[in-house]
Design a binder for this molecule. Structure first.
Ligand code: ARG
Length: 473
């Protein structure tokens, strides 16, 4: 018969000391209720951190060996045990047990089973509180790099489309009313600017997050002589946390990440909304590519932009993740509280929403079929009224006076059922003799756009220069 310590404990009792079942329940006489176990566990989702947990543990162990808290042999056993665990989890052979609460204890329990006594030393001067603060940073560092790569992918895809449409005239809008002619490239450059800022925000998040929390322990650091800077160096952190309470209670980096994610998602949503408008029959500026479109279960003629609608719709989730994280933090006293365990699912959800949205948007843009003739047709007419007023100003007239005169021209044209292009110079001169023969040039959208060479403007020459700058970066 097996020794009693090897037997599975009966429900309602705890296994004897040293069984490896009760890493943190030595003080308890009875086991947790199964429903409490299930409710409080983070293992079902935080197992996603396993690689980073192992990475952090190896760095911690190396440092423990360096300061004399582990022998070289113990360190060797710990490292090979942790590496074996990584392989087991990757290959799917690792047995997860919800009783382990989280990935940290799951790995530690397995390490003790594999490595024996040295495994019992790994958690020296460490708490899951500083451990999870480290793991989430290591995880986010990799994920932020991946998000930045996806943003770059989308920027490159927009730049490529813009390069083909530097001369494609379209109306620009204010208040969703036709306002002034611009080009499609100029419009796309506006998105590229948004994405450049998004990239910057993720980079700043990563830089601010580069602070190593191990050594904070549960909240009050440790009496043992850890070398925190060594761990920081090993793991590529710029510095170490300066306050042990802050180290375990801070999730500002998660908020930074979620806020950068929410704003990026909002940018994608605005983009998608615009494409949805452009591909309506009413606008007709573009056609939906089949590969990205869905049909209707009832109406045979339909081609729907579900993908774009869902990128727009899922933005709500990412904003929700940010708000949920802020809400978790707002009432928390120092230092660690289990509420903080809620951080991971918010971060994972934002990532799992944002990454495919970025990827699909990048693939979508080059596939979109533009209708330049429809765009140009919408860009003439009254959208040129400001050009007429600026013509008068360039000949010395006060802007308000010019505005009024052109307003009267517009009123007259509408009354006569005409558009501005239908007017002759003689028609213009009846309103102001300041109009010369060259005024007829004004009534063409391409001329209007070409004249806006000012920095930040839509003139093809200006846009080409900006595109070159962006490509160089
Ligand atoms: N699973 C926990 C989390 O995700 C790890 C830290 C738990 N610490 C604790 N004392 N319960 O935040």
């Amino acid at each position: 018969m097996k020794k009693s310590r090897d037997r599975k404990p009966k429900r309602g009792s705890v296994a004897p000391a040293g069984s490896g079942k009760n890493l943190i329940r030595g003080r308890f006489a009875r086991a947790r209720l199964p429903e409490v176990e299930a409710f409080t566990a983070s293992l079902p989702f935080d197992r996603r951190l396993f690689r980073h947990d192992i990475l952090g543990s190896i760095a911690h162990a190396r440092m423990l060996a360096k300061v004399g808290l582990l022998t070289p042999a113990e360190l060797g056993a710990i490292i090979s045990g942790l590496e074996q665990i990584r392989v087991e989890i990757e290959s799917g052979s690792f047995k997860f047990d919800i009783a382990d609460e989280d990935i940290h204890l799951a790995i530690e329990r397995r390490l003790i089973a594999i490595a024996g006594a040295p495994g019992l030393k790994l958690h020296t001067a460490r708490s899951r509180n500083d451990q999870v603060a480290l793991d989430l940073r290591l995880f986010l560092r990799d994920e932020i790099a991946a998000v930045i790569e996806l943003i770059e992918h989308l920027r490159r895809s927009l730049i490529a489309v813009a390069k083909r449409h530097v001369e494609t005239i379209m109306p620009g809008y204010t208040h969703m009313q036709r306002a002034q002619p611009i080009t499609l490239a100029h419009h796309l450059l506006a998105y590229i600017e948004m994405l450049s800022r998004d990239r910057e925000r993720f980079e700043q998040t990563a830089a601010r997050m580069s602070v190593m929390p191990l050594g904070a322990g549960a909240l009050a650091a440790t009496t043992l002589p850890l070398d925190r800077r060594m761990v920081a160096r090993e793991l590529g952190f710029k510095s170490v946390t300066a306050n042990s309470l802050d180290a375990v209670a801070d999730r500002d980096f998660a908020v930074d990440f979620l806020s950068a994610s929410a704003l990026t998602a909002v940018h994608l949503s605005r983009m998608c909304e615009e494409i949805i408008l452009w591909t309506t029959a009413e606008f007709g500026f573009a056609l939906l590519p089949d590969e990205f479109s869905t049909g209707s279960s009832m109406m045979p003629q339909k081609k729907n932009p579900d993908l774009l609608e869902l990128i727009r719709g899922k933005t709500g989730r990412v904003i929700g993740d940010l708000v949920a994280m802020l809400t978790v933090l707002k009432g928390l006293p120092l230092a660690y509280n289990s509420d903080l365990q809620e951080d991971k699912e918010r971060v994972f959800d934002a990532l799992d929403t944002l990454k495919p949205a970025l990827d699909l948007t990048a693939k979508f843009w080059p596939a979109l079929i533009f209708e330049p003739a429809r765009m140009k047709a919408a860009a003439g007419g009254f959208a040129l009224a400001t050009d007429l007023a600026e013509y008068l100003v360039s000949r010395g007239m006060a802007f308000r006076e010019a505005h009024e005169i052109v307003g009267a021209i517009v009123r007259e044209a509408i009354g006569a059922g005409k558009s501005l292009e239908d007017l002759s110079v003689a028609d213009l001169r009846r309103h102001s003799t300041t109009f010369g023969d060259d005024a007829s040039n004004l009534l063409r959208a391409e001329n209007s756009v070409a004249a806006r060479t000012i920095e930040g403007g839509p003139a093809p020459s200006t846009v080409r220069r900006r595109l070159k700058e962006l490509e160089r970066r």
